[in-house]
Ligand binder design. Structure first.
Ligand code: IPE
Ligand code: IPE
Ligand code: MG
Length: 256
């Protein structure tokens, strides 16, 4: 893997273009396994292989920040055997890939609630962040035990406590001050949100941050995902016209 060096394969990013933040709802592991007559849990290890392919491909396609939705606050409601398999895979992924990520200049950040994680999982999360804290070649965020509503509520709670203790004037609260308290604080907002598997919903992912993101829904199950799918999603993104509530250059000219 050569993520820190990034650039430039055929069809890759234009040199000097701003790097994108791409966020992905990695969906379809269970269906991938079921279609093969396998227990749905067996889709998750194949999903980890798709994560490896995608982390390797992203920097070559002009992506500077990649945020992957790996486990939601609602996913605790799944059968215990499936939950423990996902936990085991997170540990195995960090144990096997962290040295390589450190070497390649990848900064790893875990988004989501730390409370309630088993001690061995909390340790893995802290180790992945601490060992990559000084990297900035490529930014990999893993949303784990993440729910956007819970994240917004914890931000509100921090701000209310600051106000109660006189450290914050409620009148001074604005978008910037609020989003700094989200677990994505300091990251650029996602430019492109992708969901695989054909479902077209956010499922409690980046509700605040994706206010002006472009959405691409791809009819591929996550374990089959790789460079070509990401390239196609980015190609679709580059055709979109982002307006942020304003007008486009042609309208300005037409309006004189
Ligand atoms: C996404 O795949 C992985 C996690 C949510 C952990 P799913 O497990 O949701 O796969 P489907 O949607 O049931 O096919
Ligand atoms: C969203 O997928 C969560 C992750 C990909 C981690 P789900 O499979 O849990 O979402 P729903 O239940 O289809 O909305
Ligand atoms: Mg799903």
């Amino acid at each position: 893997m050569a993520v820190a060096k990034s650039q430039s394969q055929e069809g890759g990013p234009t040199p000097g273009a701003p790097r994108l933040h791409v966020a992905i709802v990695m969906d379809g592991n269970g269906r991938w396994a079921k279609r093969r007559g396998l227990p749905r849990t067996l889709g998750h290890p194949r999903g980890v292989e798709a994560i490896r392919r995608t982390v390797e491909a992203a920097p070559t396609l002009g992506v500077g920040w990649l945020t992957l939705y790996a486990f939601s606050t609602e996913n605790w409601g799944r059968p215990p055997g499936e939950v423990s398999e996902v936990m085991r895979l997170l540990k195995a992924y960090v144990n096997s890939d962290l040295d390589n990520l450190v070497r390649e200049g990848v900064r790893v950040r875990i988004l989501g609630r730390r409370e309630g994680l088993a001690p061995d999982i909390a340790e893995i999360v802290e180790r992945a962040e601490a060992r990559t804290a000084h990297n900035d070649g490529f930014h990999l965020q893993v949303a784990f035990n993440y729910g956007a509503r819970a994240d917004i509520v914890q931000a509100a709670r921090q701000l209310m406590e600051a106000a109660r203790e006189g450290r914050l004037d409620p009148e001074a609260l604005d978008d910037k001050a609020f989003e700094a308290r989200l677990s994505t604080g300091g990251l650029p907002p996602p430019d492109l949100v992708i969901r695989t598997s054909g479902e077209q919903r956010l499922s409690n992912f980046l509700l605040w941050e994706s206010a002006y993101a472009e959405f691409v829904f791809q009819d591929v199950l996550w374990p089959d995902y790789g460079l070509e799918h990401l390239k196609a999603a980015i190609a679709e993104f580059t055709k979109r016209e982002r307006r942020y509530g304003g007008t486009v250059a042609d309208d300005v000219l037409a309006a004189g």
